[in-house]
Design a protein around this ligand. Structure first.
Ligand code: NDP
Ligand code: GDP
Length: 323
């Protein structure tokens, strides 16, 4: 019998890391994850996997820890998902965002060169790199114009990945993923904020929901579908970059409508208040991706529609908050 493939996931405690770990375990991989120390362990999303994965202490800011993590895990596939991932916070902590989300990628790539040069490397790039609308829908060739410190840091991570592929012949791939959500999404992101508040209002735990720009449009998909695409990208013999999206776009307002309908709350306008604190200094007005290349080359198609996604997230929050 051949030994199982080994994979390392940075950001394994996050939304995508937890779904990807499940997928790789199902495929028979030996799964390693990198985690950073905190005074209180917060491993909720991977608690159910703890006895089946190996965790290593490491931080994107610490080169030594990255090299040691790669040496200890000896992965054939590396999924670099760790980042400061919340756009709004990137204006509050811009240099930290640059260091984690941008330069952190160079640190990972340097560690790969030193400790795992044969491994296949996946970089979590983002549709936030497209920023200001230049072209609709957005594909792998669309020019980048980021609109937040987060977007700028992701552009850096994207191009340093391409540069290391071309400079050092690494098997390095960037997945340009559009927004993807799930019941495991952080509570500060707009979809989960909406579904959680719809459930909390239904159960009498809150009486209103404060939001910013209701007109922003996003191409929202299901995180479980999207981690499948990450894995497929690393199964390609030649490393290339792919847009992963549904090809549909919806407003924040439509997200509220669906969630409040699923929660059986009737007219959502009675509960929603616009709060300027949630309006951003610069906005990305419209994201809609063209996943044609992923369909043709990876055979990947999204399985879950926007409406199904928001309804399943709302049901999960209704169950979570049920008295
Ligand atoms: P999450 O915010 O849920 O998870 C981020 C992960 O990164 C957490 O495990 C976090 O660890 C870890 N992390 C943060 N900083 C560091 C650090 N300095 N050293 C080590 N680990 C660190 O993000 P998602 O799972 O949603 O996203 C995964 C990746 O995909 C991110 O890079 C994100 O920017 C990118 N992306 C996400 C999209 C989306 O819609 N979800 C769209 C496009 C790209 P801890 O638990 O300790 O905080
Ligand atoms: P992003 O696309 O990665 O920034 O994902 P978010 O879920 O944080 O935001 C998606 C869109 O929702 C952005 O255009 C925000 O301006 C908009 N939005 C409106 N109100 C809110 C809010 O209260 N919180 C967040 N996070 N976003 C909001």
């Amino acid at each position: 019998m051949s030994s199982p493939k080994r994979a390392l996931i940075t950001g394994i405690t996050g939304q995508d890391g937890s779904y990807l770990a499940e997928l790789l375990l199902e495929q028979g991989y030996e799964v390693h994850g990198m985690v950073r120390r905190a005074s209180t362990e917060k491993f909720d999303r991977i608690e159910h996997l703890r006895d089946r994965i190996t965790l290593h202490q490491g931080d994107l800011l610490d080169q030594r820890s990255l090299v040691d993590t790669l040496r200890a895990s000896a992965p054939e596939e590396i999924y670099n998902l760790a980042a400061m991932s919340f756009v709004a916070l990137s204006w509050v902590q811009p240099t930290l965002t640059a260091d984690f989300t941008g330069v952190g990628v160079t640190r990972m790539l340097e560690a790969v060169r030193e400790a795992a040069p044969e491994a296949r490397f996946y970089q979590a790039s983002s549709s936030e790199m497209f920023g200001k609308v230049r072209e609709v829908p957005q594909n792998e060739e669309t020019p980048l114009y980021p609109r937040s410190p987060y977007g700028v840091a992701k552009v850096y991570g994207h191009f340093i990945t391409i540069n290391y592929r071309e400079s050092y012949d690494l098997h390095a791939t960037s997945g340009i993923l559009f927004n993807h959500e799930s019941p495991r999404r952080g509570l500060e992101f707009v979809t989960r904020k909406i579904t959680w508040h719809a459930a909390a209002i239904k159960h009498g735990l809150r009486d209103e929901l404060a939001l910013g720009n209701l007109d922003a449009k996003r191409d929202w998909g299901y995180a479980k579908d999207y981690v499948q695409a990450m894995w497929l990208m690393l199964q390609q013999d030649t490393p290339e970059d792919f847009v992963i999206a549904t090809g549909q776009t919806n407003t924040v307002r439509e997200c509220v409508e669906v969630a409040f309908d699923e929660a059986g709350l009737g007219d959502w306008e009675r509960y929603v208040r616009i709060d300027p604190r949630f309006v951003r200094p610069a906005e990305v007005d419209l994201l809609i991706g063209d996943p044609t290349k992923a369909k043709e080359r990876l055979g990947w198609v999204p399985e879950t529609t926007f409406e199904e996604l928001i309804r399943l997230m709302t049901r999960a929050d209704l169950a979570l908050l049920a008295p």
